[in-house]
Unconditional design. Structure first.
Lengths: 178, 156, 184
């Protein structure tokens, strides 16, 4: 980048008074001696003068009294409900994306196990019962028990064969005290 | 225009994410390569009051059996190939054969057979949560107490 | 002795409507000129100016003086103006109407003893060039040019850093310079 290009990058800030004194002096000195950079400075000033005079002149015509009367009316009038909601949404338009983003996040979490089975890590989550779909005890007595608090499922196989005890009162010899 | 494009891109991304999530959940789980099955052989009895420290993690579940003594005899883990099967040696000439059947909704269906000297004692099909709660299979007598087998599985 | 803006705000917060009226009288033209610079349409600019002060009235209870009153009111004004620009469905008819409105004012400007006389072509093309800027770039150039605000104040109003203000201003000026060179 040559000196003119460097100076032209800084002319705007120089005109705005945003350069420190050393930088400001450097730009001023260069612009004073460089016709091209001086032309750039003058064009920028002309543009901004044109913009300013156009707008400031129009603003000067805005009278306070009618402006205030209209504002007072607006303040005292009740606002329609849809305008209230439009204002709230307009204030934070990005928040409108919060709901779909939350739905997407919930769907991703819901499907996470499908993509990454066991993602919850090495320690078992201990969630959910083990279920027993079918049992064939080949003639033995068998009991199936589930305990809700600890989510424990137990299949208990009794030592004695079916029919070995003559009466229902004679309980099997082995077995937990469920 | 830029703002419209930005919002359209975000809307498209959101739609793709939602569709992918829904389709994935709706589809059946892919078959895993193998299942890591862990069988714990626990001797329970009322002959003494002891609780093996190695069984601490499953104390709450075991205590529902209301025995006084709990001792871990053996803890064995094997990788069982999907659609294959593996046998676990159980004291007293017994054997537990485990064959994974299905993996769906993060739960593993297992076919389990307990045999004693090659004689089937129990055939059961169970579904356990992947890396989740154990299933307990108890009853075979051993050394004055009773064997309880803890069965758990994790897909690989 | 005139009350400061902050003293007037405190009186507003205490329920004195006359204090709010005084604030409006101090800033209504400043707010209007910035909005007009962004919207380039007098009716829209008036509407948005009214809305700015209406919102300020509703929110003044929460104003704690963390920033100056004028940067606070400009922030409301610029945000509303940028929203209005995005809602505006510009078509050639609207554009011409707004241009006619502004060109009509040129004769008035010519008669205005405080304004310089400017080339009609420059002003027509200036309006087009300004309209081609994004709302954010328009905002920095208007706030700097019309109100002479510092980069720090502009950053506070627009909710961006001074560096962003600087780069947006540089970009906007370069665009205007490139488009209007032939007329300067």
């Amino acid at each position: 980048m040559n000196e003119c290009e460097r100076i032209q990058e800084s002319i705007g800030r120089w005109l705005d008074g945003e350069l420190n004194s050393a930088e400001s002096e450097r730009v001023r000195a260069h612009v004073g001696s460089c016709p091209e950079c001086r032309a750039t400075q003058q064009k920028l000033e002309k543009i901004e003068l044109a913009l300013r005079s156009d707008l400031v002149a129009q603003a000067a015509k805005l009278e306070f009294a009618p402006f205030w009367r209209a504002l007072e009316r607006r303040i005292s009038e009740p606002r329609p409900w849809y305008q209230e909601w439009r204002d709230r949404l307009g204030v934070a338009p990005r928040s409108a994306w919060a709901v779909p983003a939350l739905i997407a996040l919930l769907l991703v979490l819901w499907s996470f196990d499908s993509y990454f089975p066991g993602w919850r890590g090495g320690v078992a989550t201990r969630s959910g019962f083990a279920a027993v779909d079918s049992i064939d005890a080949h003639g033995h007595n068998v009991a199936l028990w589930r305990e809700n608090e600890t989510k424990t499922t137990v299949i208990w196989l009794y030592e004695d064969q079916e029919g070995e005890h003559e009466t229902a009162e004679e309980a099997p010899k082995s077995g937990p005290a469920f | 225009m830029k703002r419209l494009k930005k919002h359209l891109s975000l809307a498209l991304l959101f739609s793709l994410v939602s569709v992918a999530a829904v389709v994935r959940v709706a589809a059946a789980d892919k078959d895993p390569q193998s299942v890591q099955v862990t069988i714990g052989t626990i001797l329970v009895s009322n002959q003494s009051d002891e609780f093996d420290a190695k069984l601490k993690s499953m104390e709450k579940q075991l205590r529902v059996l209301k025995y006084r003594s709990y001792r871990l005899l053996k803890d064995e883990t094997q990788n069982v190939p999907w659609r294959g099967n593996k046998s676990f040696e159980i004291p007293g000439g017994r054997s537990l054969n485990v064959a994974p059947q299905e993996f769906r909704n993060n739960r593993i269906a297992l076919k389990v057979r307990l045999t004693e000297r090659d004689k089937p004692l129990l055939d059961t099909t169970v579904t356990v949560p992947n890396k989740g709660n154990f299933l307990y299979l108890g009853g075979p007598p051993h050394e004055g107490g009773t064997l309880v087998l803890s069965i758990s599985a994790a897909v690989q | 002795m005139a009350l400061s803006d902050w003293e007037l705000v405190q009186k507003c917060q205490a329920g004195e409507m006359t204090a709010f009226q005084e604030l409006v009288s101090r800033y209504h033209q400043k707010v209007y000129v910035v909005i007009l610079g962004l919207l380039r349409n007098r009716e829209d600019a008036l509407e948005v100016s009214q809305e700015t002060f209406f919102r300020a009235f509703r929110k003044i209870g929460g104003f704690q003086g963390g920033s100056s009153f004028y940067t606070w009111i400009y922030r409301i004004a610029v945000n509303l103006a940028i929203d209005a620009q995005r809602r505006q469905k510009r078509n050639p008819l609207d554009f011409r109407e707004s241009m006619d409105g502004l060109l009509e004012s040129q004769d008035e400007v010519a008669r205005d003893p405080f304004a310089d006389v400017h080339d009609r072509e420059l002003r027509e093309n200036l309006i087009k060039a300004i309209n081609d800027l994004t709302p954010e770039h328009k905002a920095v150039i208007v706030l700097r040019t019309i109100e002479g605000l510092s980069y720090k104040d502009i950053g506070e109003i627009l909710g961006c850093s001074e560096g962003t203000v600087m780069s947006r201003l540089h970009y906007a000026r370069k665009k205007l310079h490139d488009k209007l060179s032939a007329f300067l």
